[in-house]
Design a protein around this ligand. Structure first.
Ligand SMILES: [Zn+2]
Length: 275
């Protein structure tokens, strides 16, 4: 009788520990990284093991309908694609991932995405959960900066409140820790470079400055005068250029190659003016 009782207890304790392990996947992860962009066709991000950069990360993405705890889709992708922003920030660019997704196959409009790295059948959480609404585009640039500190969430909430915006977009983009700024609304945003096709061969901007990727944008100077600093996603840009097609609520982001400019496509993103 006594023995049996003890057995039951040890079973209960083991079950409890197993349950805890399932609910809280190990955070002693060998890899770091995050989801950095979600749009109508793909999810992208990066993952790496800073202690062993040859250790290629297998990433698993779990897609949830907003408010539900059971994933509706699992996607697997290897984080071995080259990204220039990682090359700059991590000194090693070969840890990006991008996977196609067709949101139209799901019912509903609001989703959550969780990323994990999988190693020896163990799951390690990668960055924070990202929310996504059908038809929107979410880009978190300068994404290589570290993630995963619990304080960033509070900071993001505070920042979103401070800017008077309660949208999940604002709390998401502010999570990179940048200044929130004042919302100017949603702009139509495209990419350009200094090639003949994009800039007619002009190697310097209208302001006279040499354009820099991750910094220079072209805007309608009657909307955003030269020198204006704006935040798009988590990147702060400075207006240094203009363009004949850039009128009203349009912004052209400078990239250092034509391929990257084209890859930006056309996105609609909220733009925040910084002081
Ligand atoms: Zn170009």
């Amino acid at each position: 009788m006594k023995k049996n009782f003890r057995k039951q207890w040890s079973f209960a304790i083991i079950s409890f520990i197993t349950m805890l392990a399932m609910v809280f996947p190990s955070s002693g992860a060998p890899a770091r990284g995050k989801i950095t962009g979600v749009d109508s066709a793909s999810i992208s991000g990066w993952a790496w093991n800073p202690e062993d950069t040859n250790d290629v990360q297998q990433v698993e993405l779990h897609i949830f309908r907003s408010g539900k705890s059971e994933p509706i889709k699992y996607l697997h992708v290897t984080a071995d694609q080259y990204r220039e922003d990682l090359a700059a920030d991590l000194k090693d660019g070969w840890h990006g991932f991008s996977v196609k997704i067709d949101w139209s196959e799901f019912e509903g409009s609001d989703f959550k995405i969780k990323a994990y790295t999988v190693k020896d059948d163990k799951y390690y959480t990668l960055g924070e959960t990202v929310s996504y609404s059908k038809g929107s585009s979410k880009a978190v640039q300068n994404a290589a900066r570290d993630t995963g500190k619990s304080t960033t969430k509070d900071a993001a909430n505070t920042a979103a409140k401070a800017s008077g915006s309660s949208s999940s977009e604002a709390s998401q983009t502010a999570s990179a820790g940048s200044e929130a700024g004042q919302s100017l609304g949603v702009f139509s945003i495209s990419g350009y470079c200094n090639c003949e096709k994009c800039s007619g061969g002009h190697k310097v901007t209208y302001s006279g400055k040499v354009p820099q990727a991750g910094h220079t944008i072209a805007a309608d100077l009657s909307v955003l005068p030269l020198g204006s600093r704006v935040r798009i996603g988590s990147t702060v840009y400075t207006v240094e250029d203009k363009g004949s097609a850039i009128q009203g609520h349009k912004i052209d982001i400078y990239y250092d190659t034509h391929d990257k400019a084209i890859a930006h496509g056309r996105t609609s993103q909220e733009v925040f003016l910084l002081r």
